[in-house]
Design a protein around this ligand. Structure first.
Ligand SMILES: O=C(O)CCC(=O)C(=O)O
Length: 440
């Protein structure tokens, strides 16, 4: 065992200081607590055929980001209680509180249909004011239409900036790479709120990016198929790396919460990670993973796609082996600020992926902007405000920049754009209980 470790250390030595430090940490003892797993894997029989359900690993919130992203890079992980220090967790009724703070903001609302091939099976989009959505579809539990709300059109920073005082970026996600070359995506985080049994069916995220999702109220059941299983059992031609809807030979889409195992016999072999993400928890979902979400209670959640330095190698591998699905090649290039050649990446030649990874790990983007060193030192991870993540000096400056950014990007094409812009600007004057001061 010790010999193996030594050999691996030696073969990676050429990766330079950053990678060596990272490896040192891989082989160090776990410092965080692995909690018991929440799911009984004996459940999950469909039409007499057994699904291969695997409980999602749960860890305590003292997990170091390096352990999380490196040791568990390829599997989803639930970090229990990671949101417990956040102001929003103190609201008596989180969903009602959000509906109150964001009352005039416009949010997209959708219903689920198994017949459509759109993202997550969402269809029948209507922009609604949050207060009206909440009254009709969340508070009114006798409404049979399961209408789900998500800030897809406007994104939370423009849609309801005042929420930033209560809803921070979790510490473990607070040091991302300059995603796509820019400091952050102004359209994220995305928020999701909805009644029990609303859902997002199986899909894959833009540019095959990994993400964090924090649940502030209610419970979400996740089912996740890792990139590696998707590739092995469904391959690149079954839709899984495009829309994320896996198709059977007869053209039927796989519904992960109601799977037809006759149509998809592969499901007996595919590992389906399953876990409940409860209020206060954060889930990490890896690059290129298919995932479906079923809200088993009324929920409120926030999520962002981000890449973190320790995921460099896995993301490069996923992007290349998917044959560069979902424009991820562009993402690879831009994230490392063009420092590393992407045209030589070859899905059939692992050495090209290793070369790229070596270069990316040494890049300025990874070391300086992604703050790779702080992962090794385990320093400086704390819940931060969005304006800090975007490297602004105050909430108000960031807020006003976002409100105008949307004008620039011509989001006013949407009929409600001008009204939403006015809501955005009004909220820039709203300061939270800590007056926009960073937490310590
Ligand atoms: O919570 C949800 O319904 C969907 C979240 C998600 O899968 C995503 O943002 O990619």
């Amino acid at each position: 065992m010790a010999k193996k470790v030594r050999e691996r250390m030696v073969s990676y030595a050429t990766y330079g200081v950053v990678l060596c430090l990272v490896l040192k940490s891989i082989f160090s003892l776990r410092t965080y607590v692995m909690l018991s797993r929440s799911f009984d894997a004996d459940e999950g029989t469909m039409n007499g055929l057994k699904l291969n359900l695997v409980p999602i690993t749960e860890v305590a919130s003292d997990v170091s980001p390096l352990d999380l992203f490196l040791r568990h890079a390829k599997e989803p992980v639930i970090v229990k209680g990671a949101l417990h220090g956040q102001p929003l967790m103190r609201a008596d009724n989180v969903v009602e509180y959000v509906a109150q703070v964001c009352r005039d903001s416009y949010i997209d609302t959708v219903v689920y249909s198994k017949e459509v091939s759109s993202w997550a099976g969402h269809t029948d989009e209507k922009l609604m004011r949050i207060k009206d959505y909440y009254a009709s579809y969340v508070k009114n539990s006798s409404n049979e239409e399961l209408r789900y709300a998500t800030s897809a059109t406007f994104g939370m920073p423009f849609m309801c900036p005042a929420l930033q005082h209560d809803m921070l970026v979790p510490g473990l996600a607070s040091k991302p790479l300059p995603t796509g070359g820019a400091f952050r995506n102004y359209a994220q985080p995305t928020i999701f709120m909805g009644p029990a049994w609303s859902r997002s069916e199986l899909h894959i995220d833009m540019m095959l990016m990994p993400f964090w999702l924090g649940v502030y109220a209610g419970t979400k059941r996740f089912r996740v198929i890792a990139f590696e299983d998707n590739l092995e059992h469904f391959g690149v031609d079954r839709g899984g790396f495009g829309s994320g809807r896996i198709l059977s030979p007869s053209g039927k889409a796989l519904e992960i919460f109601d799977p037809d195992v006759q149509e998809f016999p592969e499901l007996q072999d595919v590992r389906i990670y399953e876990g409940e993400v409860k209020a206060g928890d954060v889930i990490y979902v890896p690059s290129g993973a298919l995932h479906g979400i079923l809200n088993t209670e009324a929920t409120f959640a926030a999520t962002s796609n981000s890449l973190w330095p320790p995921l460099t190698s896995h993301y490069a591998e996923v992007c290349t082996k998917s044959h560069f699905a979902r424009r991820c090649k562009r993402m690879l290039k831009d994230t490392y600020l063009g420092a590393c050649e992407v045209d030589g990446l070859n899905p059939f030649d692992d050495s090209t992926i290793e070369e790229f990874t070596k270069c990316a790990l040494h890049s300025k983007a990874n070391i300086e902007l992604g703050q790779a060193r702080s992962y090794v030192d385990k320093k400086g991870f704390r819940d931060i405000f969005l304006w800090e993540l975007f490297r602004f000096t105050s909430y108000e400056d960031f807020c006003l920049a976002v409100c105008s950014k949307y004008l620039e990007l011509d989001y006013t094409k949407s009929k409600q754009g001008p009204e939403q812009e006015a809501v955005c600007k009004r909220q820039c004057k709203v300061l939270g209980s800590r007056n926009g001061k960073p937490s310590t």
